[in-house]
Design a protein around this ligand. Structure first.
Ligand code: SF4
Length: 62
């Protein structure tokens, strides 16, 4: 599976990083850095938590 972030939708809440700092990374203003990585299927709980934490639905798993 592929995990990506649409940085155009990101509003800088840093919630993804708070939920899964080992997966997501943010800049100094709390905006997610671009991400496009292969992850296991099913994805780890931390990845699902990071996706669920994003109020902008900027994180996709496909
Ligand atoms: S939770 Fe969503 S909006 Fe907030 S930093 Fe992460 S990707 Fe951006």
């Amino acid at each position: 599976m592929r995990l990506t972030i649409d940085t155009g939708k990101c509003s800088g809440h840093a919630r993804c990083w708070e939920a899964a700092p080992d997966v997501f990374d943010i800049d100094d203003n709390g905006y997610a850095l671009p991400l496009d990585v292969e992850v296991s299927d099913p994805p780890a709980d931390s990845i699902r938590a990071g996706i669920a934490a994003c109020p902008e639905r900027a994180i996709s798993l496909h």
